[in-house]
Design a binder for this molecule. Structure first.
Ligand SMILES: Cc1cc2nc3c(=O)[nH]c(=O)nc-3n(C[C@H](O)[C@H](O)[C@H](O)COP(=O)(O)OP(=O)(O)OC[C@H]3O[C@@H](n4cnc5c(N)ncnc54)[C@H](O)[C@@H]3O)c2cc1C
Length: 500
């Protein structure tokens, strides 16, 4: 049995941020995540490092928090933040009154906002709709959520933090009414692991109430599903927002070679039972197309969705629910931390660890806002230009991932799951969506004796099913043609349709 001081459940941005903060304050800890890092909302988000502009009207406190954190993350995480800048564009018919409220809100929150003419906006982003009335320039950025989690975890690993991914917490161990540990099941082997700790932090986002209920507690939340689509091109180098009250399909974020557009907001009951609906995809494409008309005829390579863990509210429209966060002391050794944004994860972690330090009666101030994220220099393979210099033994042509890179990740992580390679290299994230590279990566895992041929076949089947869940909403034009080719290869040549 493992013993530690703090057990963190959840390896999204919040959990990984807490692990980093605890590591820097010298507190032994252990993080348990049921999938890979960023398996929940963190990996399913837009990747917008908010300037705060989006919330100045609905939630000025969250807006200011976003702005402050944006400035901090640019400093400490320069290798995973792209300082794109952002525009809020006003289209014909969009309310002028909202524009006034928006500008006043930015001023009151201290968020720099510069009104620019449509001509100047189009100079900055030539693909913009030529009919826009004007734009407001704000300091939005693009951030890679997968890299962000891994860099936070790096600090924990360097300071003896214990990390278990692909371990699902199934039980909270209690003694005399206090939470004293957890039991988790290894998702690959089925083995059970017991970990004891003095404090348990429930950082499981949309799953927080499920974990709390294992300890006989409750976390009141509103779960709001949001969907996004990805284009195979970078249609803008700046973040584009619509200058109107937050609603569906009003943000486009560039990330590496692609763009993410969304999102939607639909109430859901269970974060494990979500699916994308075709009308959501249609809405996103048509709304994004109003800001960037090319969106209507650009290849969409996939759609996906995630669930926002919002604080419980009586408001019916989830767009209006606060993006603030809350730490709940369950008075039994367990804390839950919910709400917030990816942008504010560091602040959330700081406040959570302040509470933990106070309960341990220890005094060491938070340093996460000053010390740059560990491991940024070693970030392999990013950006694409760096990969071009190393074109031998390419495994994934779309994202230029080579064999050495795949082998390195397998050696470093000991993974038996192809998804882990994907999250660390972008393998399979390009237009073919893994159609041509997944079986090669599995072949390498097989060559390295990490998995057996039977396991690799099973994994390939599972992968193809998961892949199709996202691709099926983008099946027209070139994406459909490519999918048919992939289908002929897997079903026609490789006879993958039935388990043998
Ligand atoms: C569509 C969409 C777009 C968004 N866009 C943005 C954006 O652009 N910018 C921004 O700032 N914010 C954005 N957000 C909000 C942001 O993604 C979330 O607020 C943030 O990522 C939450 O992080 P988290 O770590 O608290 O939760 P999560 O990332 O959901 O992490 C919780 C983790 O707990 C794990 N877990 C659950 N149950 C168990 C268990 N039993 N055992 C072990 N582990 C478990 C899950 O696998 C998961 O990895 C968006 C959200 C959505 C849904």
């Amino acid at each position: 049995m493992i013993k530690t001081d703090v057990i963190i459940i959840g390896g999204g941005a919040t959990g990984c941020g807490i692990a980093r903060d605890l590591a820097l304050r010298g507190i032994p800890h252990c993080l348990i995540e049921k999938g890979d890092f960023a398996a929940g909302a963190t990996g399913a988000c837009h990747g917008l490092l908010h300037s705060g502009g989006r919330y100045v009207v609905t939630d000025p406190i969250a807006a200011r928090e976003c702005y402050d954190e944006n400035m901090i993350l640019r400093r400490i995480g320069e290798k995973c933040v792209e300082q794109t800048g952002g525009l809020f564009v006003r289209l014909p018919g969009d309310s002028k009154r909202f524009r006034e409220i928006f500008l006043r809100g930015c001023e009151e929150a201290g968020i720099p906002a510069e009104v620019i003419s449509s001509t100047k906006a189009i100079d900055l982003v030539p693909n913009l709709n030529p009919e826009i009335e004007e734009a407001v320039k704000v300091p939005d950025c693009s951030i890679d959520p997968f890299r962000l989690c891994m860099l936070n975890i790096r600090t924990s690993q360097l300071r003896e933090g214990l990390i278990f991914t692909r371990h699902k917490v199934t039980e909270i161990v209690k003694s005399h009414g206090r939470c004293i540990g957890i039991k988790a099941t290894d998702q690959a082997t089925g083995e059970e692991r017991e970990i004891r700790g003095n404090i348990i932090v429930n950082a499981t986002g949309a799953w927080a109430n499920m974990i709390a209920s294992l300890a006989g507690c409750e976390v009141p939340m509103t779960l709001a599903k949001g969907s996004l689509v990805i284009t195979n091109h970078r249609l803008t180098n700046m973040v584009i927002n619509r200058l109107r009250p937050p609603s569906d399909g009003d943000i486009i974020v560039p990330n590496e070679a692609v763009c993410l557009a969304g999102t939607t907001s639909l109430a859901v009951e269970n974060p494990d039972k979500i699916s994308i609906e075709s009308p959501e995809v249609d809405t996103i494409i048509s709304e994004a197309g109003r800001m960037i008309p090319h969106f209507n005829n650009t290849r969409i390579i996939r759609a996906f969705s995630g669930v926002r863990p919002l604080l419980k509210s009586k408001k019916i429209d989830a767009h209006e629910i606060s993006r603030g966060f809350q730490i709940i002391d369950h008075q039994n050794g367990m804390y839950s931390i919910v709400g917030g944004k990816l942008t504010t994860f560091r602040l959330m972690a700081e406040k959570m660890v302040d509470v933990i330090m106070a309960s341990f009666k220890l005094k060491k101030a938070c340093e996460t806002a000053e010390i740059p994220l560990d491991g940024q220099e070693e970030l392999s393979g990013y950006p694409l230009s760096k990969r071009l210099a190393n074109m031998k033994n390419i495994v994934c042509e779309c994202e230029l991932v080579n064999r050495n890179e795949v082998q390195r990740i397998i050696n470093e992580t000991g993974t038996r799951n192809v998804g882990d390679i994907q999250h660390r290299t972008r393998l399979g994230m390009g237009p073919c969506q893994g159609g041509f590279c997944t079986f090669r990566a599995l072949g390498i895992m097989n060559d390295m004796s990490v998995i057996s041929p039977e396991q690799s076949m099973e994994m390939l089947r599972g992968f193809l099913q998961r892949r199709f869940r996202g691709i099926r909403y983008a099946l027209w034009g070139d994406q459909l043609r490519e999918e048919q080719l992939v289908e002929y290869i897997y079903l026609g040549i490789l006879a993958m349709e039935k388990p043998q």
